[in-house]
Design a binder for this molecule. Sequence first.
Ligand SMILES: CC(C)(COP(=O)(O)OP(=O)(O)OC[C@H]1O[C@@H](n2cnc3c(N)ncnc32)[C@H](O)[C@@H]1OP(=O)(O)O)[C@@H](O)C(=O)NCCC(=O)NCCS
Length: 202
Amino acid sequence: MASPSQTYVFHPEHHAHLIPYMAAIHASSLMIDRATTIGPFLPPLPSDRLLVWWKDRIAEHQAQTRIIILLLPPSGKSDQKPKGEDLRGIAMVELDQSQAGNFRGVIDLLIVGQKFRRQGGGRSLIQACEYESAKKGRSLLTAKTETDSASELAFRSCGYIEVGKIPNFSRTGVDAATKRGVTLFYKEILLQTQQSRTTADA
Ligand SMILES: CC(C)(COP(=O)(O)OP(=O)(O)OC[C@H]1O[C@@H](n2cnc3c(N)ncnc32)[C@H](O)[C@@H]1OP(=O)(O)O)[C@@H](O)C(=O)NCCC(=O)NCCS
């Protein structure tokens, strides 16, 4: 389904005031989804640390070692800044800085606010991650999702190839013993773009 929302690359001039809302959507997903693959935290939440963590991610985005994408309503007037409550989702790609891997990226965060799910926002965020990564010369993206989660289904439906599953990979915060498994994915994004171009040309 075509998303009623639009993706935007984080831009400090237009989006710096959204940082507390980015931390809030992250906190809400940690509390409600109890997702174990969205950053280093588990409930109960250290909200001050979460804000500091986000400021560090913004610094990485500014240093061009990370891409942050926001999901927002389509913009009306270009000079109008989005309101905090407009924020519908976030995705991030960490750009590998090693000489051997500087063509790779890791989608290490994908969240759509509960009210906006199943409207194509997750797919739009993943596609924006691919587009912006390709613009920075990245041809291979990887992702790690919780096994049997909506995010696993979302990556699969966007053409990500499963490499395998690791059981009991992350603590959940429920108790010391309970852990959840992860599923590992990859996608060669430039290859797929070239293949679809070749098919279109045929
Ligand atoms: C994963 C998540 C981002 C998906 O966002 P979304 O906006 O609902 O996703 P979309 O509407 O774009 O769905 C894309 C595809 O994913 C699959 N999908 C997503 N959620 C699904 C669900 N609950 N059940 C079944 N399929 C689902 C479908 O194939 C869907 O395509 P379709 O609607 O054409 O059938 C969202 O559920 C979320 O934020 N979850 C909590 C946070 C999390 O676990 N993040 C991942 C860790 S990095």
